[in-house]
Ligand binder design. Structure first.
Ligand code: MUC
Ligand code: MG
Length: 374
């Protein structure tokens, strides 16, 4: 077997804080920077792989924080990686899953790095290892979340004029339903047919607010309502889907393949947001995609506002499907003020080009990593 004589010699983690280009106002937190955990694994043959685990707003989004992810990787996962004889990505991930419960984000960073290293060893991109590329470019929307109407309209207009994005997701849920709907309706009116508009409530509404808000948003020309209710409210989501007034997308609810199967059985979504970190890895994300796709639901490529590292890992996976009819939100490298990779990403004509080099097709700029390292 190709990898049978390999060992993992070194596991490094870096916690980086990178400022955003403007405050990013979400229902649960306002972000002025993003914190990412970057992982680098070095093998005995000299090949290296990089991975990332990133969440949003400390512990305001999920059960793993940047600090806890780093600790999990350093104290619990690195020793496993260093002690085992390395056989394959699958065997290593299987061993980790048997020995470590939960911690999906941390596990995803490891799988990403193992695939990156394997790609370098074989001279092929991660998308080839995941089944082969179907698409070379992915549709990418822009998230309007400045919290200010004029800024949001101005941003949307600039994105349309420069042909960078023409689909917009507006973050709502902080203000009253009436104020939020007035805000998004004004943006939709301002851009007219030049752009499509979706909203993400990030779990902030009650059932009564969601039932009312869904109709108001549909009347305002909004094409999709994402995660209006708390992630555990499957019945509430199911009811909204049954109303049929606006397509309902689930995001925070989709915590891995088993949960996705339960959601599909409950008919709780019209569309599923696929996130490699929230799924627990590239393989788990493939399984979520398979479950959602075969149920007849729509697919959308989500983000945890990751750096280019995990963004490109997600792009490598999404590029192996032609089923992402709702496109992706892989825009976060553009929300960050600076990048710590050597390559520049091509965002143009409303799409992102998936890198073609070996592994993820990107590499760390160590000087920048050291600069942003906490
Ligand atoms: C979320 O909804 O998961 C995704 C895009 C964005 O702006 O924030 C994240 C949060
Ligand atoms: Mg979302």
């Amino acid at each position: 077997m190709l990898d049978s004589k390999l060992k993992i010699d070194n596991v490094e983690t870096f916690l980086l804080d990178v400022p955003t280009i403007r405050p990013h106002v979400l229902a649960m937190v306002t972000m002025n920077h993003q914190s990412m955990v970057i992982l680098r694994i070095t093998f005995s043959d000299g090949t290296q792989g990089i991975g990332e685990a990133t969440t949003i707003g400390g512990l305001s989004y999920g059960g793993e924080s940047p600090e806890s992810i780093k600790l999990t990787l350093d104290k619990y996962i690195a020793p496993i990686l260093l002690e085992q004889d390395y056989k394959s990505v699958g065997a290593t991930m299987s061993f980790i899953k048997h020995n470590i419960v939960a911690n999906r984000f941390a596990k995803c960073a490891v799988e990403m790095a193992l695939y990156d290293a394997l790609g370098h060893r074989l001279g092929v991109s991660v998308s080839e290892l995941l089944g082969g590329r179907v698409l070379d470019r992915l549709a990418v929307l822009w998230v309007l979340a400045s919290g200010k109407l004029e800024t949001d309209i101005d941003e949307a207009q600039r994105m349309i004029d420069s042909r960078r994005h023409n689909v917009f997701k507006i973050k709502i849920g902080k203000r009253s339903v009436d104020q939020d709907v007035a805000h998004v309706a004004a943006i939709k009116r301002a851009i007219g047919d030049a752009g499509r508009v979706q909203v993400d409530v990030n779990q902030a509404w009650t059932r009564a607010q969601a039932n009312r808000g869904a109709r108001m948003l549909a009347d305002a020309g909004i094409e999709l309502l994402e995660q209006p209710l708390v992630s555990s409210d499957v019945e509430g989501a199911q009811h909204l889907v049954s109303l049929g007034v606006i397509p309902i997308m689930l995001d925070e609810s989709v915590q891995g393949p088993k949960v996705a199967l339960d959601l599909v059985r409950a008919k709780a979504a019209d569309i599923y947001a696929i996130k490699i970190l929230q799924a627990g890895g590239l393989t788990e994300a493939q399984e979520v995609i398979s479950v959602a796709k075969n149920s007849g639901a729509g697919l959308y490529g989500g983000t945890m506002l990751e750096s280019p590292v995990s963004t490109i890992a997600a792009a490598q996976l999404f590029s192996t499907f032609d089923a992402f009819e709702w496109g992706t939100e892989l825009f976060s490298p553009l929300l960050q003020k600076d990048s710590f990779i050597n390559e520049s990403l091509d965002y143009s004509d409303f799409q992102l080009t998936v890198p073609t080099g070996p592994g993820l097709g990107i590499s760390l700029d160590q000087e920048k990593v050291d600069f942003y390292k906490r």
